[in-house]
Design a protein around this ligand. Sequence first.
Ligand code: S3P
Length: 188
Amino acid sequence: MPAESELNTQGRPIILIGLMGCGKTTVGKELSKLTGMPLLDMDSVIEEQIGKPIADIFRDEGEAHFRALETALLRYLESDEGSAVCCNSIISTGGGVVLRPENREILRRLGFTVWLSVDVDILISRTMRNNNRPLLRRPDREEVLNQLLTQRSPMYAETAHLKLDSSELDIPSVVREVYKAACAFFSA
Ligand code: S3P
């Protein structure tokens, strides 16, 4: 593994995007440990800000409201005030953050954006483990995930500087690949 000092992000974040269950949070945590860069999990920030879990925000205020909260957070992170919060951090996003064109533009401007792409079978087995994702609280999970993959893949592709096919990789390997790619991106 390269030494921590080799990565100089010039104060910009490394951003992880991809579908629910692709490993953004797990990879984000490991990358944070490796680099010493703090992890900013957008879903957690929104939950703290609003004072309730994402599932309750969906239930009480609706998905459109949640999407507006995501955009508001990204606008803040791009502002002078917010850049102090997200500078030199790892940002783990919610899977639907790419739905709004404005979000896609901000994410691409903000830092080095990596799409963790994973086969749908893996997404299904990983998302079976908990029931906290409102979009997947239904019996036809597999179909929903397939539809989301079809709908969102072009959006992830448009947003990401790197698509990392990580179905065959274990977490340490994904972390290593993201790290190496970030070194190359920021030193170019
Ligand atoms: C969502 C993904 C979730 C969370 C919300 C909506 C989505 O985040 O933001 O439930 O639309 O794909 P994770 O991708 O971290 O599960």
